[in-house]
Design a protein. Structure first.
Length: 634
């Protein structure tokens, strides 16, 4: 077994920092990453109503308050995520603006049929990914009890399955592409109150799901960038802040799939997935030690002790202030966890954080610190107070005892969650959805949803996709990013310009103009340079731009315009001077300047070129002027 896969939680070995592992190290760990890339579609309307899409605002006209409750699945059971959210007892507040919300969004009216433009966009992008488009679309409901969707569920439908994209020297599998409603924007989340703004709600969104084919952190970021570029090159998606988001699924050998949700920047992905691999490695090591000690899920008792009186007079202000406000303190002893609570799981993060996060999310005790542990090295309550706590719990010194405080109902929920997380540790790596944090670590958000979360939608009939409709949408697809690079390289564009041109909005114009060059003075590399130059005139529409550039290229080929003339003005570039006329202008300038020129030859050439090109730029080839200047300064 590789040294990379062996980790002893009872030793204080530092965690390997990102960048210190090789590809072979990740392979030894059994590291795998899959992606879920979300992108808003560019439509005028929302997906299942006729409200306008893309109208963001900070103003609202009304507030609505709701509480969420779980419902039974089609199989007669509850989804675990829904039950967890129900335990939080959140009050949800929605901020509504009249221009961007309707009764459908609040589940007070049935849905309209799916927006046909959004559906066509999703089919076209599915075809670009090489997916097999389904014959019939069945709309399902995906349960969300965090309040991000007022109905408690999101309408979603699979559009295409089983595709692939080329990446470096291999193929990345695309599992499926779905179309779904976007959720609300979160404004605040504190204690038992969560606030959302509904302007984004219901906008059409596609979700592209890959197979777990990425084996290094760098691969994950590169493939995500590739999928993002493909969506944008389609011209069918929104761009800008918030229009695209990605979730990252990470696992290692012996672990399980953990979803890191809401990764706002692709640049964050490598560090996030590296740290999650470290976290899973640490959790598996803790599982191994607990197994060696004979700790099982059954041996962990449902037991907590009210220790409010034991710490009421504490000098530790963080706890004393809460107790003065009426908080209760419960202690939870964890038999068999000796020496494990301080195990590093991520940079500057320890196993204790796994318990603290559960208390923060589920019990809504979000003021930090929200719990303490007797074996932690952090200074909290006094040694005498810890002794009193241990005596009340009936445990020996050295056994970890966690203390949590809050309202009676919240603190009981917190104690139960600590015990649930302790039992999860016996199993190894729990299946969770975790939130990305700015420092590259991640924190608990909720348990990973199961199949009970999905059920058929009974408000909307299936949508039959005819072969003709799919064929029409696939007839004129834009070039995918890898095809763009191949075409640019194949026509002789230099490597330094290929990447830039492949990403640029002027790519289609470049391909349109390419046949006009026909071996003339304008080369493909020269055309790419002109189109990429910010100072080059750019007519608004592709047709107008094509006509303008075709005229310019024709004039250059006929000798009526030099290439530099394209940059010279916003409207009509200057006509080319004949060589004889241009040389005569140069000779006149030479004569006028000869007295004032410096004696140093190089300085003299630079000064003469600057003055001459100021007069002749765009009217004569600069290389000819340079040759005349050299001749004049001999």
């Amino acid at each position: 077994m590789s040294d990379v896969t062996i980790f002893d939680p009872l030793q204080s070995a530092p965690l390997p920092v990102y960048g210190s592992w090789s590809d072979a190290d990740y392979e030894a760990l059994g590291f795998m990453v899959g992606l879920e890339v979300h992108q808003q579609l560019l439509t005028n309307r929302k997906l299942f109503c006729r409200c306008p899409a893309g109208r963001y605002t900070k103003q609202h006209d009304v507030e609505i308050h709701r509480h969420m409750r779980p419902t039974l699945s089609e199989m007669g059971d509850y989804d675990g995520t829904a039950l967890m959210e129900f335990k939080t007892r959140k009050q949800i507040t929605y901020l509504l603006n009249n221009e961007s919300v309707c009764t459908y969004d609040m589940d007070d009216a049935p849905p309209f049929e799916m927006d046909p433009k959004a559906l066509d966009h999703s089919i076209a992008i599915s075809l670009m990914l090489g997916l097999q488009v389904v014959d019939e679309i069945h709309i399902a409901r995906k349960q969300y009890l965090d309040g991000s969707i007022p109905t408690g569920f999101q309408r979603t439908a699979i559009i295409g399955v089983t595709g692939e994209v080329p990446f470096e020297d291999r193929i990345i599998g695309i599992r499926q592409l779905s179309i779904e409603e976007d959720s609300c924007r979160e404004v605040a989340d504190q204690g038992h109150d969560r606030i959302y703004r509904t302007d984004r709600l219901g906008m059409p969104l596609i979700e592209t799901v890959t197979e777990p084919d990425m084996k290094t952190p760098e691969d994950a970021a590169a493939v995500c960038e590739l999928l993002r570029r493909l969506a944008r090159t389609s011209g069918l998606v929104r761009t800008g802040s918030g229009a695209g988001r990605q979730d990252v699924n990470v696992s290692i050998e012996g672990g399980t799939r953990v979803e890191i949700k809401g990764v706002s920047s692709i640049k964050q992905i490598p560090l996030l997935v590296h740290n999650e691999a470290l976290r899973q490695r640490s959790l598996l090591a803790i599982k191994r030690v607990l197994g060696e000690r004979g700790v099982t899920t059954e041996s962990i008792e449902d037991r907590w002790v009210d220790v409010t009186d034991a710490v009421r007079s504490t000098e530790w202000r963080d706890l004393r202030d809460k107790l003065d406000d009426g908080a209760h303190a419960f202690a939870i002893p964890l038999h068999g966890f000796e020496g494990l609570i301080n195990t590093p799981t991520q940079p500057h993060t320890f196993f204790l954080r796994e318990f603290s996060d559960r208390v923060r999310v589920v019990a809504c005790l979000d003021s930090q610190p929200n719990l303490i542990c007797s074996t932690s090295e952090t200074t909290t309550v006094s040694g005498a107070e810890w002794t009193r706590i241990e005596k009340k719990c009936g445990v020996n010194h050295g056994m970890p005892v966690m203390v949590v405080w809050g309202s009676p109902q919240d603190v009981e929920t917190a104690a139960k969650e600590i015990l649930i997380r302790a039992r999860d540790a016996v199993e190894g790596v729990p299946s969770e959805t975790r939130q990305s944090l700015p420092d590259g670590t991640n924190g608990f958000e909720r348990i990973l949803p199961g199949p009970s979360r999905m059920y058929p939608d009974t408000d909307l009939p299936p949508i039959v996709l005819t072969r003709d409709r799919v064929a029409d949408l696939g007839a004129d697809l834009p070039d995918a990013p890898w095809t763009r690079l191949e075409r640019l390289s194949g026509c002789g564009v230099g490597d330094d310009l290929c990447e830039r041109m492949a990403r640029h909005p002027a790519y289609d114009l470049f391909i349109h103009l390419l046949p006009q060059l026909d071996g003339g003075p304008v080369t493909p590399t020269g055309l790419a340079s002109m189109l990429l130059d910010r100072d080059t005139p750019r007519p608004a529409s592709l047709k107008a731009a094509g006509d303008w550039w075709e005229t310019m290229i024709s004039r250059i080929k006929d000798g009526k315009l030099v290439i530099e003339g394209v940059w010279c003005c916003e409207d009509e570039p200057p006509a080319a001077l004949g060589e004889a006329m241009a040389k005569r202008v140069c000779e006149e300038e030479f004569a006028a300047l000869s007295v004032d020129l410096p004696p140093d030859r190089e300085k003299k050439e630079r000064m003469m070129m600057g003055i001459l090109m100021g007069r002749l730029r765009g009217q004569i080839d600069g290389a000819k002027v340079a040759a005349w200047v050299k001749e004049a300064t001999l």
